[in-house]
Design a protein. Structure first.
Lengths: 549, 229
């Protein structure tokens, strides 16, 4: 569906304005910082993916024959820590969000460009510490650091890993802070709250969680480090401390962190579905406000991770009920996206394929979340592969699908080049098949009772066949993730030059050149139209809205 | 856009349209940062309040061993420093450069006094073996109002652990505040601040007030548990 004229000669843009390493390392341009983040999180994605493949390789056979259990513990811990804190949390906000938030609201940059660069440096410092921690021994507690194992028993590098996450958390806070201020204060004239793209609403909700949640995990890490160094007793039951308190503090952040991962993806999907069905999004205000209510409800459900940890039954009942309530705004989104598709003229370009993938996989992930919110079923499947499958459907099937869809959708804007559409559709298909082959068997495994975090299941050899499916799927999935990286890199040099608005999409970011200039717009835009006015664009009653000075 | 290039203020950064927008963004950003700080300390206050409720007697016994007079003096010092911060901002708004510089110096002196007194308190605790760790000891300390009952040393250690972490993080914030105010003093000396532009002073002041407020909560919670003497 890519249309439009190819720009005649090379224009000045944010990529070719300055050259040299220094112009990147000291840039304050939100678009360049987005690219710095893109390169860094891609690196960490493949590190985390490497550990995922090692996990799957070990589970190919029932005996723990590839590595010892101790090493296996480090594999899944490093996989979780890298993927959660160094890939999923920053993924969409720090790359697409960084690139697009100012452009979508008609601003020249984020409110605090230097703080934006600082956040990248903090991320890198945290990342290097995490890498150092991994190559010098790693951590074996699982990414959740549960006490008292993490504070009194394990001999692995808890403090260093904790510090790495503490620093990366600061980077996440600064990104959220920057977005909230930017969205409040930097909107172009006419860009009212009800005209904001839903991508912006999603990032606003995400930022609230980053701002209010991350400090709590930071202080929790401080307490764990202090406890480990001095045996203070804060989380040690032998000394009067309470390990459950640790879990409360940890999940107060780490549950909402799931919404840090999924909300930006939902924002991406709203943009893509509207554009590729050429329709205004159905129920704009409901989709916008459901993001906010997911952020708010997300803070009230953390203890559903602790149903079997010895919590009071009454507290468990309340948290179970509250956990159900998150399903309401999530379902509002899914139904509104589906209603947007209804009678739309649907185009099956690669971004849309990812959005469809998101829709199906997120729905499965969300519905199995309801299984886990139900006390009785949760007791049965706690710490089994059912849980693993559930959150991978949300984080990989949801968050990562949205991320890839967004990368394809905005790649022409970011790079000024078109990616090869055929390959992209093939990759989307491979990712979808690989994903389901990997994780669907895990639902069954978990329901049958296979526990997570075990290297050895030789007492249950009948689990092997499903594990073989899962490992095979992970291999397919790996190919599906490598493909986009290859053709994105390829397209930077050999791809067809993209027009300013190849998708004929609404949204301010498409009304300026591809790639944009350093300050995004030649003149400060004035917005006189509603978001997603595809009916006006397509009927030709109105040209694609032009930026007026 | 054209308008702002004509009346170009060197303090106006390129990506803001107006000075008002820039000022609003800066102070809004600081308020959000303070919200993150509330959550950061909030986790600690939550842990503290839970243990205080569980082990009230032990916490009360431990609390009477810290010096409420020094803590009270520090409270007064910080309240005074908040006043001098406000006066410094007022001086900037009314072009009183000498007063502004004087008030900034006074603020920093109050800050240093606070840290000095805190240091004395820490040294006392160190000599009394009340610092959590291998040399910690809190044996035969009677629970206030409960004669013949002695505090559980493990529970008292949790009190002291939280005491040191909470006041220590607060002191760290004071040190950072002193760093910020050193820069503000330098900028004030250079004549950067005018009645029209003194945003750094305002947001630096917000930070200082916040650190004061944390202490206003820390002092009664840590020092004034069930004191009968």
């Amino acid at each position: 569906m890519a249309t439009g004229n190819i720009p005649p000669v090379e224009r000045e843009d944010y990529l070719n304005k300055h050259y040299g390493v220094g112009s990147w390392l000291f840039t304050t341009d939100h678009k360049r910082i987005a690219l710095l983040y893109l390169i860094s999180i891609t690196f960490f994605f493949f590190i985390g993916g490497f550990f995922a493949l090692l996990i799957r390789l070990e589970l190919l056979t029932p005996a723990s024959d590839l590595v010892q259990a101790d090493t296996y513990n480090k594999f899944f811990t490093q996989h979780g820590m890298v993927m959660v804190f160094f890939f999923l949390i920053p993924s969409i906000p720090a790359t697409l969000g960084n690139f697009l938030v100012p452009m979508m609201i008609g601003a020249k940059d984020l409110a605090f460009p230097k703080i934006n660069l600082l956040s990248w440096y903090l991320y890198i410092i945290g990342g290097i510490m995490m890498l150092h921690c991994m190559v010098t021994g790693g951590v074996d507690t699982g990414w959740t650091f549960y006490t008292p194992f993490s504070t009194a028993f394990t001999n692995t590098k808890i403090v260093e890993a904790g510090l790495a996450i503490f620093i990366a958390g600061f980077s996440s806070i600064l990104t959220g802070l920057n977005f909230v201020v930017t969205i409040h204060r930097m909107r172009a004239p006419g860009m009212t709250w009800t005209r904001l793209p839903l991508f912006i609403w999603a990032h606003y909700a995400t930022s609230i969680i980053q701002i209010l949640g991350t400090p709590v995990v930071a202080i929790t890490i401080v307490l764990v480090a202090a406890e480990r160094a001095l045996h203070l007793g804060i989380f040690d039951p032998k000394l009067g401390g309470d390990p459950l308190l640790f879990q409360h503090l940890f999940w107060f952040y780490s549950h909402p962190a799931v919404y840090i991962m999924i909300l930006p993806s939902m924002g991406v999907v709203s943009e893509i579905i509207s554009c590729f069905s050429r329709k205004r999004i159905f129920g704009y205000s409901f989709v916008a406000l459901s993001s906010i209510s997911i952020a708010v409800f997300g803070f009230l459900v953390w203890a559903h991770h602790m149903f079997v940890a010895g919590m009071s039954v009454y507290a468990a009942l309340i948290f179970s009920l509250l956990s159900y309530s998150v399903a309401v705004p999530s379902a509002v989104k899914v139904f509104n996206w589906t209603a947007t598709l209804y009678k739309g003229s649907i185009h099956y370009d690669a971004p849309m394929l990812y959005a469809f993938g998101f829709l199906g996989l997120f729905t499965i992930g969300g519905l199995t979340g309801l299984f886990l919110a139900a006390l009785g079923i949760d007791v049965h499947v706690t710490d089994t592969y059912f849980v693993v499958a559930h959150f991978h459907y949300i984080m990989v099937g949801g968050a990562l699908m949205g991320y890839l869809g967004g990368m394809h959708f905005w790649w022409p804007k970011i790079s000024g080049r078109l990616y090869p559409e055929g390959w992209a559709r093939l990759a989307a298909l491979i990712v979808f098949i690989g994903f389901n082959l990997t994780f669907f068997p895990q639902f069954i495994l978990g329901y049958l009772g296979m526990p997570r975090r075990y290297a050895d299941y030789s007492h249950m050899p009948e689990f092997q066949i499903l594990n073989v499916f899962s490992t095979a799927g992970a291999t397919v999935l790996g190919v599906g993730y490598l493909l986009p990286m290859v053709y994105f890199l390829w397209s930077m040099r050999y791809g067809k030059p993209a027009s300013d608005n190849p998708w004929n999409a609404a949204g301010l970011e498409w009304q300026t050149q591809s790639p944009p200039t350093t300050f995004n717009f030649p003149e400060e835009p004035v917005v006189t139209w509603e978001a997603y006015n595809y009916d006006e664009i397509d009927k030709g009653q109105k040209e694609v809205p032009q930026v007026v000075g | 856009m054209a308008a702002h290039t004509e009346s170009h203020n060197p303090a106006l950064l390129h990506h803001f349209a107006t000075e008002e927008q820039q000022r609003n963004s800066a102070s809004f950003g600081m308020w959000i940062f303070l919200a993150t700080e509330v959550m950061f300390f909030g986790g600690l206050f939550c842990a503290y309040l839970i243990y205080r409720r569980w082990y009230f007697g032990d916490f009360a016994a431990a609390s009477t061993s810290i010096n409420a007079k020094l803590g009270g003096a520090n409270t007064a010092v910080l309240i005074c420093s908040s006043l001098t911060v406000v006066l410094a901002i007022w001086a900037a708004q009314t072009s009183r450069r000498a007063l502004m510089i004087g008030m900034l110096i006074l603020t920093m002196l109050f800050g240093l006094t606070f840290l000095g007194i805190k240091g004395i308190e820490y040294a006392d605790k160190f000599h009394e073996h009340h610092v959590p760790g291998p040399s910690f000891s809190f044996d035969h300390e009677e629970i206030p109002g409960n004669p013949g009952h002695y505090a559980n040393p493990h529970h008292a250690q949790i009190f002291f652990a939280l005491y040191f972490i909470m006041t220590g993080l607060h002191a760290l914030h004071m040190v950072i505040g002193l760093g910020i105010f050193t820069w503000l003093l330098w900028a004030a000396w250079k004549g950067r601040f005018t009645p029209e532009y003194h945003t750094p002073l305002e947001i630096g002041g917000l930070y200082w007030h916040f650190v004061d407020i944390v202490w206003i909560y820390l002092f009664p919670l840590l020092y004034l548990i069930d004191r009968h003497t």
